[in-house]
Design a protein around this ligand. Sequence first.
Ligand SMILES: [Fe+2]
Length: 223
Amino acid sequence: MKRSEINSLIHHAEDFFSEYKWRLPAWGYWTPQEWSKDPKATEKIRSTMLGWDLTDFGLGDFSKRGLLLFTVRNGSPDNRDDKPYAEKIMIVRDRQETPWHFHWEKVEDIINRGGGTLVLELNDADRETERLTERSFTVEIDGIPRRCNAGERVELSPGESITLPAYLYHRFWAEDGVCLVGEVSKVNDDNKDNRFLDELGRFPTIEEDEAPYRLLVSDYTGL
Ligand SMILES: [Fe+2]
């Protein structure tokens, strides 16, 4: 992705978060220069990968398959007892898909915090082959169990949420408008805990055609 495209998506995201009165931590609004002032103080933020995150899953068409996220809190994958939880805020655009994946470790609640309808498709994963199965399964929608068939579609209106257990394949997109989506989960490890059904990239390759407006978590290695 071009840095100019990433910059404009982050500008838009800041406006969108403001519309929903969602304020980020102070460092969410830092310039790259502010990040380099005191790298020692931000060690934990960087090692747990808090902050701006954006991906086109390596497919080069962000509006069709992509996701913009901001990780607000997270524990360390190497010391999960210290802080065993994570929280993200995300923007899912109309018909913008996050492709099939599951997590080996992470259990996550996905929450529609406002905007359009969040549509999820769900499928149990085979524990050995890690492919889709034909099995039915049960998920909880705001604590209420729902029996689902393989590939079942679940629609979440603003305010509603779903608990996705480990090994449950999911893909999602928004309909009837952009969605502000929350995620509350066990520790998040984007380096090791995403099992995509098709081989996809998790972090974008960036063409530096202008200076970054905000640093992404994948930019922290340069500090
Ligand atoms: Fe997920």
